[in-house]
Design a protein around this ligand. Structure first.
Ligand code: ZN
Length: 64
């Protein structure tokens, strides 16, 4: 498990997601689905990396 990427959040990532349960719930469904699709289909590829980046950018803009 990794720490949640959201600043000042001291939770750990939840299951196979990129954030804790409450922050992951803030990520729009389309972005979460894109991430899960990329994980299943092409882990470690540029499309997976891009999906991870999309989630992280969303959280760094929106979460607090
Ligand atoms: Zn969090």
């Amino acid at each position: 498990m990794k720490p949640c990427p959201v600043k000042h959040c001291n939770q750990f990532t939840h299951g196979d997601t990129l954030a804790c349960q409450s922050h992951w719930a803030m990520v729009p469904k389309e972005i979460r689905e894109e991430f899960h699709r990329a994980c299943r289909r092409a882990p470690g590829t540029p499309s997976h990396v891009a999906a991870v980046k999309t989630v992280e950018e969303y959280l760094s803009r929106r979460a607090c």
